[in-house]
Design a protein. Structure first.
Length: 241
């Protein structure tokens, strides 16, 4: 029987690359999206063409009640997931003195609260299934070293890293690994406003990363070969630190 993986934020740049990679690796997929149903349908078609099953779920990861209802119903109908990739996230950059409470709250509620909102209804079904599992969270280089204009984003991703490490300890005896991937500057819609010509000054490899490169790392962490890797924060940033 194929193993099923939930990917939140599946219609974004990183999420889409993860869908295609994991589909090629033979995982059945559950694609979460917030608003882009058309892109979700396109990805489902591509997953099906790769020979795996895929379905979509719509909810806001920042909405605890809605997330709980949708995920609980899906697990009741289809069974526990083998893997979860917490990828959904937003940015609302601003200098801290000019940062509004809304800009702070939106980022924290989505990026950090989303960890609890998504995983809390899924953990016990995974445990009761007694089949082990994989959880991967997507943080950022900003959560490790901070970044100008991203106090809110850095706080959310730093908290995500700490939460990931703690959950890894709790779930290790259940053979469920929990790891964090912390990308640097990756070519996606979230970085399209950046001046990529300046990357060579801050990235030793002198280029932005590709979504497919991040997806390959995530795919490794979801694999059987990564069974002894847990509680780790793996940076993929071209040598930024």
């Amino acid at each position: 029987m194929s193993k099923t993986v939930l990917i939140t934020g599946a219609t974004g740049g990183l999420g889409s690359a993860m869908v295609l990679q994991l589909a090629s690796d033979g995982f059945d997929l559950v694609l979460h999206y917030h608003s882009n149903a058309k892109k979700a349908d396109e990805l489902i078609l591509k997953a099906n063409q790769a020979g795996v099953k895929a379905r979509k779920l719509q909810f806001s990861v920042a909405d605890r009640a809605q997330t709980n209802i949708v995920l609980t119903q899906d697990v009741a109908e289809y069974g526990a997931y083998y893997g979860v990739i917490c990828n959904a996230g937003i940015i609302r950059d601003n200098a801290f003195p000019a940062m509004s409470g809304e800009e702070w709250d939106q980022v924290i509620h989505t990026n950090l609260d989303g960890f609890y909102n998504v995983l809390h209804p899924l953990i016990m079904p995974m445990v009761r299934a007694r089949k082990g599992g994989r959880i991967v969270t997507i943080a950022s280089v900003s959560g490790i070293m901070g970044n100008r204009g991203q106090t809110n984003y850095s706080a959310s991703k730093g908290g995500l890293i700490a939460a990931t490490k703690s959950l890894a300890i709790e779930l290790a005896k259940r053979n469920i690994t929990v790891n964090c991937v912390a990308p640097g500057i990756i070519e996606t819609e979230m970085t399209e406003d950046l001046d990529l010509s300046t990357i060579k000054d801050i990235v030793p490899l002198r280029r932005a990363g590709k979504a497919e490169e991040v997806a390959s790392l995530v795919a490794y962490l979801m694999s059987e070969q990564a069974a002894y890797v847990t509680r780790q924060v793996i940076s993929i940033n071209g040598g930024m630190f």
